[in-house]
Design a protein around this ligand. Structure first.
Ligand SMILES: *[C@@H]1O[C@H](CO)[C@@H](O)[C@H](O)[C@H]1NC(C)=O
Ligand SMILES: *[C@@H]1O[C@H](CO)[C@@H](O)[C@H](O)[C@H]1NC(C)=O
Ligand SMILES: *[C@@H]1O[C@H](CO)[C@@H](O)[C@H](O)[C@H]1NC(C)=O
Ligand SMILES: *[C@@H]1O[C@H](CO)[C@@H](O)[C@H](O)[C@H]1NC(C)=O
Ligand SMILES: *[C@@H]1O[C@H](CO)[C@@H](O)[C@H](O)[C@H]1NC(C)=O
Ligand SMILES: *[C@@H]1O[C@H](CO)[C@@H](O)[C@H](O)[C@H]1NC(C)=O
Ligand SMILES: *[C@@H]1O[C@H](CO)[C@@H](O)[C@H](O)[C@H]1NC(C)=O
Ligand SMILES: *[C@@H]1O[C@H](CO)[C@@H](O)[C@H](O)[C@H]1NC(C)=O
Ligand SMILES: *[C@@H]1O[C@H](CO)[C@@H](O)[C@H](O)[C@H]1NC(C)=O
Ligand SMILES: *[C@@H]1O[C@H](CO)[C@@H](O)[C@H](O)[C@H]1NC(C)=O
Length: 805
């Protein structure tokens, strides 16, 4: 006993400070005119005591707001004032809300998580930590929820238990490139209180993972277009998750214990996927607003459940009107391999489906670890000392957006790849590069504050006839493992030949795969940002929209050839929370003014064993996601948007030269058979005119095997910057098609008698919960339209539950 406590004491004394606190802080914001602007802020350096007694509210708010940052002053967005607000261990007492600003990362020490504790004097509040305060009584937000990008919260305990009445620990309206990771919520269990851990009423997110909630009227209240959430644990909440509204949602690895209600999705809910989860002692696991039986002909309330265990759960699923639809076992365990309800296309439909049928879920085991799909959180390197990090500044990279840092970054990454105990640290800054940055196998890289930007510019990246990578991860044929997190890759100026990331690495894993000893490579919070930010040369001044000029393209605003290419030599790659964004508006502009920036292709995947967890690809000209000859692909809540300028000009303009080697679509071929729109009416809805087909694909799958998609939102809101085509009343009329599955070019063969034979080249493609906006056809298979929006009317989006063949 004595020996043991000695060990514990010893461990406590040698517990090192988290490297992020100790490391030299050299992060800058080079395009900010204030040259003394500081990215890193330790709340204790701003006067917070963290002693559990002193009121730290003002000190924390000062740490967040100092430096004339974007927030509270009419600013609606800015990349000029990024900040890491760091909390050392301690208990930080607050008596009023902590107000977070734009582009803020709130990070605690993961080895000894700091506690933010509301005092008994805390008033009614929308958020103890309010990331987007209301500016008026009608609930208008400071930052438009769908434009809240580049924010994180990590390693914090939120304790609201001393607060009586109504409070949300965190108010988090949020969009792409945001996350909450590794936090704990301690909430009141008193009947008279109304505590919620996370309150999110709208946005277009996003990822959350590794969260634990205790108590509360609600563990969390979630409303958003779409989200991917995994590894959330709820203990003793009245309702674990109140799903306020959604179009599509992917939950994985939930553990809900001793709660009255698991997920209440009775309100305006489009679809939910629930995977690899367990409920223990919950009165009602899932409560839906959909009526039971095969009577409900809308797509609304689609639900897909795979691999879920219910122990001591009397009601597994309650339907509209309080009818228990699936009973559990109040004193034993029910195991659900596969349950689906909604509209099924297998591959023809719609067939109204409701019931347990594991045969709809026979996915590749190559993507699993044991019984569950593989998952891995962003590494924080919490056991490494600051001395393990080699920083970009140490390697003489300026990060000032002016000096050419190509050679400095290449030498940094080479050095790190040669020493398995080193990690590269990219201090916040803009690393201008004029040639390829190579990331060799066995390199680990972490950026500061989501504000470390590798920015390609110059003639090497400017020739659309000779596409050229800005960042190249592994050479074709190379093997090894890499980890990269919190990095943005961008371009500056006219760079029509830039491939922002080319990924070639083959990461070997043992045959029954994914053992901890041989994990896949990982990219977490590695984002592509093309235009729309200070320093890009692709802002309002250069790239203002031109909706009244026919087919006009400013060549100075053609800014990328392709965002990311995962080549056929790549395998075993885990990607989480990655947003490939071609700017539709200028973030620095306080009116959110729209711009037209052109980038050819989004994400091309030709490799195998790829997990795309919580990813989004937006506004590329030809397609957002394309899989070609790919195999064993997991995609969970993917999200896309068609460029707002299309069809002015129509696709593929301005990328009119078809790149056959990189499998560019041929719009003349893909649009050959047109849809007879005139025939489509639904109630009082009638389609007007012919929507264009020469529009970007949201998703294109050619000649691929074992593809599982757990939630997809493919959206087309605009017709030449006019949104009136995406309403139900207009007949979802922005584009005729958005999702193509079909043969690759190599599968089109000419028979000896001269006719063309098309082989499908596809096997086992499974799509669960497909949500589309603005497209007449939801799925086009080899030119045949398989599913239409009007068969699957749900929320603002149309929703179908299963497509497979
Ligand atoms: C899930 O979250 C918990 C709590 O943050 C963490 O300890 C655990 O390692 C996470 N599990 C996975 C698979 O990441
Ligand atoms: C089961 O959960 C309820 C809350 O829904 C709780 O009151 C009860 O104590 C739990 N039972 C056990 C045995 O933990
Ligand atoms: C589910 O939430 C709705 C509010 O949207 C509420 O009216 C209803 O009572 C809740 N159902 C249960 C079983 O708690
Ligand atoms: C179908 O379900 C939706 C909610 O998912 C509900 O609003 C609607 O009333 C239901 N329709 C019928 C006919 O039960
Ligand atoms: C790798 O770095 C460690 C310290 O972090 C050092 O002790 C070791 O000598 C280095 N190895 C090589 C091969 O440079
Ligand atoms: C926003 O628009 C108004 C009115 O058009 C204009 O006066 C103002 O300068 C704009 N502000 C910014 C920051 O662009
Ligand atoms: C498709 O992939 C298979 C193996 O997975 C390979 O043999 C074949 O060459 C690939 N085809 C093309 C055109 O890349
Ligand atoms: C169409 O009918 C729905 C109810 O079925 C109604 O809410 C909507 O306003 C109608 N739209 C038009 C354009 O009449
Ligand atoms: C948008 O399109 C609709 C329908 O074609 C049209 O009535 C409306 O005037 C357009 N709006 C603008 C701002 O051009
Ligand atoms: C041509 O050959 C293909 C493949 O063998 C066959 O399917 C097709 O019917 C033939 N067409 C004619 C006109 O004979």
């Amino acid at each position: 006993m004595k020996f043991f406590s000695l060990l514990v004491a010893l461990a406590a004394t040698v517990q090192a400070t988290f490297w992020m606190e100790d490391i030299q802080h050299s992060g800058i914001s080079p395009f900010n005119s204030d040259k003394s602007y500081t990215v890193f802020r330790n709340v204790k350096a701003h006067g917070a005591k963290g002693d559990g007694v002193t009121d730290d509210t003002d000190a924390i708010n000062e740490a967040i707001s100092s430096g004339n940052r974007c927030g509270g002053n009419g600013c609606v967005g800015s990349t000029l004032t990024p900040a890491v607000v760091y909390f050392p261990p301690g208990t930080y007492l607050v008596s009023r809300p902590i107000i977070s600003y734009y582009y803020t990362q709130i990070i605690g020490d993961p080895n000894d998580m700091p506690v933010i504790k509301g005092s008994a004097e805390f008033p009614w509040s929308n958020g103890m930590l309010d990331a987007d305060p209301y500016v008026d009584a009608t609930g208008s937000l400071t930052f438009k929820s769908t434009n809240v990008f580049f924010r994180q919260i990590r390693n914090i305990v939120f304790d609201t238990r001393d607060i009586s009445g109504t409070v949300n620990a965190v108010h988090w309206p949020s969009a792409q490139a945001t996350s909450i990771q590794n936090c704990v919520f301690l909430l009141s269990t008193r009947d008279e209180d109304m505590h919620t851990g996370i309150f999110m009423e709208e946005g277009s997110g996003g990822v959350m993972n590794d969260l634990v909630f205790y108590g509360g009227r609600y563990g969390a209240q979630f409303g958003n277009q779409q989200y991917t959430m995994r590894n959330l644990t709820f203990n003793g909440c009245k309702t674990a998750i109140q799903q306020i509204w959604n179009w599509g949602w992917t939950y994985k690895s939930l553990s809900i214990n001793n709660c009255e209600i698991g997920i209440n999705m009775t309100s305006d809910v489009g679809s939910v996927v629930l995977l690899d989860s367990q409920f223990f002692n919950v009165s009602k696991a899932l409560v839906t607003g959909r009526s039971c039986g095969k009577t409900n002909t809308t797509g609304k309330g689609s639900l897909m459940v795979e691999n879920v265990q219910y122990t001591n759960v009397p009601t597994v699923l309650e339907s509209m009107g309080g009818k228990a639809f699936l009973l559990g076992d109040p004193s034993g365990t029910v195991y659900d391999w596969g349950y689906a309800r909604g509209n099924l296309y297998a591959p023809h439909g719609p067939e109204l489906f409701e019931g347990r049928d594991p045969s709809y879920f026979n996915q590749p085991h190559t993507l699993k670890l044991g019984n569950t799909y593989y998952e891995r959180s962003k590494p924080q390197y919490e056991s490494y000392p600051a001395s393990a990090f080699l920083s970009a500044r140490q390697y003489k990279a300026a990060g000032d957006g002016v000096i050419d840092d190509t050679a400095a970054l290449n030498s940094l990454f080479l050095a790190v790849s040669k020493n398995s105990s080193k990690i590269a640290f990219l201090d916040a800054g803009f690393y201008k590069v004029t040639d390829t940055v190579n990331i060799p196998p066995n390199t680990r890289i972490v950026g500061e504050g989501l504000a470390a930007v590798i920015m390609g510019t110059g003639p090497k990246f400017s020739d659309a006839k000779n596409p050229y990578p800005v960042v190249k991860i592994g050479q074709p044929g190379e093997t090894g493992q890499i980890e990269m997190s919190d990095i943005i890759v961008s371009t500056q100026g006219a760079t029509a030949g830039a491939i922002l990331i080319e990924y070639n690495l083959n990461t070997p894993t043992t045959e029954n795969q994914c053992r901890e000893a041989h994990p896949p490579s990982g990219l977490w919070d590695v984002h592509i940002r093309i235009g729309g930010f200070a320093g890009s040369g692709l802002q309002v001044a250069q790239c203002l929209t031109t909706p009244t000029q026919a087919n006009y393209v400013n060549p100075a605003c053609i800014a990328a050839y392709m965002s990311v290419h995962v080549t056929k030599s790549a395998s075993n790659l885990y990607v989480e929370n990655s947003w490939l964004w071609v700017a539709d508006h200028d973030i620095e502009d306080w009116n959110n003014t729209q711009i037209s920036v052109f980038a050819g292709r989004g994400l091309l995947v030709e490799g195998s064993r790829i997990w795309l967890v919580g990813t989004a690809v937006e506004h590329h000209t030809l397609y957002q996601y394309q899989l070609v000859n790919a195999s064993d692909i997991w995609m969970g809540q993917i999200q896309t948007e068609t460029p707002y300028y299309q069809p002015n000009p129509p696709a593929p303009a301005p990328f009119t030269q078809q790149d056959v080697a990189r499998w560019d679509p041929d719009f003349a071929f893909d649009c050959k058979a047109t849809i007879d729109h005139g025939a489509i009416t639904k109630g009082n809805l009638t389609l007007q005119g012919n929507p264009p087909c020469e529009m970007a694909w949201g998703l294109r799958i050619l000649s691929s095997q074992n593809v599982v998609i757990f939630g997809a939102g493919l959206y087309s809101f605009f017709h030449n910057y006019n949104t009136s085509c995406s309403t139900l009343e207009s007949g979802e009329n922005c584009q005729s098609r958005i999702f193509w599955v079909g043969p690759s070019l190599e599968n089109t063969q000419t028979a000896t008698n001269g006719t063309t034979i098309q082989r499908d080249g596809l096997s086992s493609v499974n799509v669960y919960n497909l949500n589309t906006v603005g497209s007449v056809s939801m799925i086009t298979r080899q030119g045949a339209d398989m599913a239409f929006w009007h068969e699957n009317v749900a929320t603002f989006a149309s929703t179908l539950a299963v497509f497979r063949f």
